[in-house]
Design a protein around this ligand. Structure first.
Ligand code: AHM
Ligand code: MG
Length: 327
């Protein structure tokens, strides 16, 4: 079996990018170890603080963030980092080449119930002459990502990675090495499985209400298919299922908090997941444009997300863009 390094070298990945990915993975392996210890390490439960998004932080959110931050700031390639759990970007080496954004522990509401969670990351090139602690340096569209991926902490610990040359899956062995276990992943274009938090239904826009109503009507409805539904509440696990067997995942805009267009964040979740999904032949949109074409206005910006099997995402889009669909 092929090791991650060998595979990346064969893909002509620069030695510097390989070094940076390695640095990220050192922290992820430590997070995997902590998660495995769970209650034995006294790390479950709330940290008693809120992050900049106003969400209660878990102890493991804080520990994971600190591990990633410490490792990345010790790497001379990192000019700056931005995290879902940090109020502001943090400057690294002024001569560093890269900026890294990450969600240290996505799906952390699932930690205490022992359900899969993950670390999501995105790597951008640092613009010439920028300050790595300055938000404006990070405000680049998802198209400019050099690499993106996630580490899924589940029954197996997996790395899912794209450097823009396909999406590939690596499994963490006991030796601490990641081995290539699936290359050039292709998401099936058709699906009969959708994922959405149905409890928010009454807050969605009419287009989303109509689409989901039609999904629920199954073979008797206009989509003429019986659909199944899944909701894990860990985006990493949800995207992983879609990369494995297809599906559509939606966290749409809703009116619970009108100033927040969706729950998920563009720079830590939307963009990296979109690169992985597009590189695997899927689609990822905010219902109006491809997520990676959104020009970010703020580091913690939120985004509506509809991603997955190409034809099903196109179905969803016809409800949101009826004019465009008519051609
Ligand atoms: P988090 O980054 O604070 O963990 O929030 C993101 C998570 C996603 O993993 C998941 O898709 C979503 O929140 C679930 O939200 P909800 O609890 O509203 O269903
Ligand atoms: Mg998250």
């Amino acid at each position: 079996m092929k090791r991650l390094h060998q595979f990346l070298r064969e893909q002509q990945t620069s030695p510097e990018l390989i070094e940076l990915i390695d640095t990220l993975l050192v922290a992820c392996k430590e997070i995997a170890y902590l998660l495995k210890q769970g209650a034995l390490a006294g790390i479950l439960g709330s940290a008693g603080a809120e992050n900049v998004q106003g969400e209660t932080q878990k102890k493991l959110d804080v520990l994971s963030n600190d591990l990633l931050k410490r490792n990345l700031l010790s790497c001379s390639l990192v000019k700056g980092l931005a995290s879902e759990e940090e109020d502001f970007p943090v400057a690294g080496n002024p001569d560093g080449k890269y900026l890294v954004t990450f969600d240290p522990l996505d799906g952390s509401s699932n930690i205490d119930v022992n359900v899969s969670v993950g670390t999501i990351f995105s790597i951008l090139r640092a613009p010439e002459g920028c300050d790595g602690g300055d938000e404006s340096a990070f405000l680049q569209s998802g198209r400019r990502q050099v690499a993106a991926g996630y580490v899924l902490y589940g029954p197996s610990n997996l790395l899912v990675l794209s450097t823009g040359k396909g999406t590939h899956i690596f499994t963490l062995a006991n030796t601490g090495d990641f081995f290539l276990t699936r290359e050039y992943v292709q998401i099936p274009t058709e699906t009969k499985e959708f994922a959405i938090n149905m409890s928010n239904q009454r807050f969605w826009e009419p287009a989303m209400q109509n689409y989901v109503n039609d999904l629920l009507q199954g073979e008797e409805g206009p989509l003429s298919k019986r659909y199944n539904m899944r909701w894990i509440a860990s985006m990493v696990a949800e995207v992983h299922r879609i990369l494995t067997r297809g599906g559509i995942f939606m966290y749409p805009f809703d009116y619970r908090e009108p100033k927040k267009p969706g729950k998920l964040r563009l720079m830590y979740e939307g963009n990296p997941m979109s690169l992985l999904v597009e590189q695997a032949g899927g689609l990822s949109t905010n219902a109006h444009r491809n997520i990676m074409d959104v020009e970010p206005q703020g580091i913690h910006e939120r985004v509506a997300v509809i991603l997955g099997s190409k034809h099903e995402v196109e179905n969803a889009l016809t409800y949101h863009q009826p004019e465009a669909a008519k051609g």
